[in-house]
Ligand binder design. Structure first.
Ligand code: TMP
Length: 211
């Protein structure tokens, strides 16, 4: 049986790393065979593209070039990692996927949603996440946390208004696709955040077993 594809999304500083580890432990406890990966990245070539995307540079980065690089990395990642794993019956847990493109390149940069949808179709065909957990947090709280961690990369260095548009675009996607995309209130204490994730995963498994 084909594996399930789960993605984790959110703006900067929402607690993705901690909650990725929680989900990994959760899947392990359920004896589910899974691979963990991330975007942009997940293969040597796609990680090289990630480096190109996150590095500060003197020239202005053309927004269409940025969008195409995201999908170039994704195409390689799907071919090398995601599709083979799903076909082999493994679950795939991915730190960000195409919802991030709708949020960052669409909402943040103002790239056309139609163009993103065309690239999504070209690169992914029918491949879509089965479940997306969207960690949601007020932008100022997340940015404060993220900026304490390390020097900001090219995205993290964006202004607060950029991330407000990113958050709004994520929430809009969740409103449009409420079944696939579960919003988790990441402003609550960690135990309660993970309680929400646990509930969403249990519900997802119950429905998957029912299919
Ligand atoms: P990460 O550091 O959270 O792994 O993500 C790297 C950055 O890349 C993050 O700031 C969001 C950004 N990004 C996009 O802009 N578009 C995308 O499609 C993806 C996957 C990530």
């Amino acid at each position: 049986m084909r594996g399930k594809f789960i993605t984790l999304e959110g703006t900067e500083g929402v607690g993705k790393t901690t909650n990725m580890a929680f989900i990994q432990q959760w899947l392990t406890d359920q004896c589910i065979d899974f691979v963990t990966t991330r975007e942009p990245g997940g293969t040597p070539l796609a990680e090289d593209i990630r480096h190109l995307l996150l590095t500060h540079r003197d020239e202005a980065v053309d927004e269409t070039a940025e969008l195409l690089l995201m999908f170039a990395a994704r195409s390689q990642h799907i071919a090398q990692v995601i599709e083979p794993a799903l076909a082999a019956g493994k679950w795939v847990l991915c730190d960000r996927f195409t919802d991030a493109t709708y949020a960052y390149q669409g909402g943040g940069r103002g790239q056309s949603t139609e163009h993103i949808a065309q690239l999504e179709q070209l690169v992914q065909g029918d491949l879509r996440p089965d479940l997306t957990l969207l960690l949601d947090l007020p932008v100022d709280v997340g940015l404060q946390r993220a900026r304490k961690r390390s020097d900001p990369d090219r995205f993290e260095a964006e202004r607060q208004q950029f991330f407000t548009r990113v958050r709004d675009a994520y929430l809009e996607r969740a409103r449009q696709q409420p079944k696939r995309c579960q919003v988790v209130d990441a402003s609550l204490p960690l135990e309660q955040v993970q309680g929400q994730i646990d509930t969403a995963l249990q519900q997802f498994i119950a429905e998957a077993n029912h299919d």
